[in-house]
Write a protein that binds this ligand. Structure first.
Ligand SMILES: Cc1cc2nc3c(=O)[nH]c(=O)nc-3n(C[C@H](O)[C@H](O)[C@H](O)COP(=O)(O)OP(=O)(O)OC[C@H]3O[C@@H](n4cnc5c(N)ncnc54)[C@H](O)[C@@H]3O)c2cc1C
Length: 383
């Protein structure tokens, strides 16, 4: 599969499967299994895996474009896809002692039959996902994990979870290890419903692990190596992916607002809203400037990820922080421009507005990113 084929495939699925169902799935909080099935059949679930494993061997540029195309139609599905790609990256980066054992899972992903996700956040450490409260306990050659994971995207629908837990002998608060835990593992269960303000159709429910036995060949990182994997493998792609979701939301907001300004009319004036009110035109222009500014920022980050350099980590932090703010600003402006029609839910703008608020909340949150950026500039330690 080439970049262009992947992106047109994503657009086709977005138009045929996601867009017609997005409003109803949002209303009822229904996870779209049809969307995941379509993504699997089209080869997009294995997008980033190497061709030797049956994947397409494509990089961050295609991942971002595919995620944006999905988010334009349904940000919930785009977030499911994003978390799957991150889970896949964590499995793919497995230490040599686990490489053989995880190979069948990677082949299932490439074949489009396996959905993965991340279960990092815990109720106890909240958005500080890099400091799990749970600790794995040794049990002969395996470990046992008891943990309260919160906000796990695709909970109950994923075939595997990438779970963080403090290493059995770790001494510091970030000495975690990552494990691959199949959904069918005894002791793993979804512990509640997902009824969020936004991203309502992505099943971000709590997951409980009760004495889950994990064999050593499903230990993805060395003991205590989880933090490094979170930082180097997961964070760059997560921040890029959430920015790509934000861009999709902004583009959908610009398109929806433009269509409204053209079609809604002041019949007594014989003009459309767009023809009649310069203030609405100016606000629409602001939305467009913000949206394409975000696209340029994402492009810059992709360049940094393709050719890493000294400023790469700063760009990783900045892009998600900026994207969260921009998505909220653009969708808020869309709410104001579209007025009663948006408020009364006659159009998709209020869903975009609610979905946009998740980006800033998802860890590392916008506040934490700003704290890290300033600390980096001041030469202070980040953790
Ligand atoms: C839709 C959705 C999907 C998610 N999916 C996943 C998933 O798949 N896997 C996963 O592991 N997690 C996931 N999460 C969890 C997410 O990453 C956060 O861990 C979670 O939202 C906890 O947030 P909190 O507001 O409870 O955090 P809190 O830590 O209580 O934060 C509260 C406020 O304090 C601020 N704050 C916290 N620390 C600092 C600091 N050091 N400096 C400045 N401000 C700070 C925050 O920005 C926030 O405004 C998801 C969350 C959402 C909303």
């Amino acid at each position: 599969m080439t970049h262009d084929v992947a992106v047109s495939g994503a657009k086709e699925i977005a138009g045929r499967v996601l867009a017609p169902a997005a409003a109803q799935n949002d209303k009822t909080g229904r996870f779209s299994t049809e969307a995941v099935e379509s993504l699997g059949k089209s080869g997009l679930l294995g997008l980033t895996l190497p061709t030797e494993l049956g994947g397409s061997g494509l990089g961050p540029r295609t991942f971002a474009a595919v995620t944006t195309a999905l988010a334009e139609a349904d940000a919930s599905v785009a977030m499911v896809y994003l978390m799957h790609v991150l889970g896949t990256a964590a499995i793919r980066a497995a230490r040599s002692g686990a490489a053989l054992a995880v190979a069948p899972t990677l082949r299932e992903i490439a074949a489009g039959r396996h959905l993965s996700t991340l279960a990092f956040s815990e109720a106890g450490s909240r958005s500080h996902f890099w400091t799990p409260i749970s600790r794995a306990r040794r049990n002969g050659g395996s470990v046992r994990i008891t943990a309260q994971k919160s906000f796990v995207t695709s909970a109950g629908y994923a075939h595997s979870y990438i779970v963080s837990s403090l290493a059995p002998d770790g001494t510091g608060p970030t000495d975690s290890t990552l494990y691959l835990i199949p959904a069918a593992t005894h002791g793993l269960s979804v512990a509640g419903p997902w009824d969020g303000l936004g991203l309502r159709a992505n099943a971000s429910a709590p997951v409980v692990l009760e004495n889950c036995e994990v064999p050593s060949h499903f230990q993805l990182t060395e003991d205590g190596g989880g933090f490094e994997a979170m930082l180097n493998v997961v964070l760059p792609l997560f921040n890029l992916g959430t920015a790509a979701v934000a861009l999709g939301l902004c583009r959908a907001a610009v398109a929806g607002t433009t269509a409204h300004l053209k079609s809604a009319r002041f019949e007594h004036l014989g003009q459309s809203l767009g023809e009649s009110l310069p203030t609405l035109r100016a606000q629409l222009a602001g939305m467009q400037i913000d949206t394409e500014g975000l696209a340029a920022r994402i492009d810059d980050l992709i360049g940094h990820l393709e050719k890493p350099r000294e400023t790469t980590m700063l760009r990783v932090l900045e892009t998600k922080a900026a994207a969260g703010d921009i998505a909220i600003r653009v969708t808020s402006t869309a709410m104001r421009i579209c007025g009663g029609a948006a408020f009364a839910k006659h159009m998709n703008i209020e869903r975009l507005f609610r979905d946009a608020h998740a980006g800033a909340v998802m860890a590392p949150t916008g506040d934490v990113l700003r704290e890290f950026i300033a600390r980096a500039l001041l030469g202070m330690p980040l953790f």
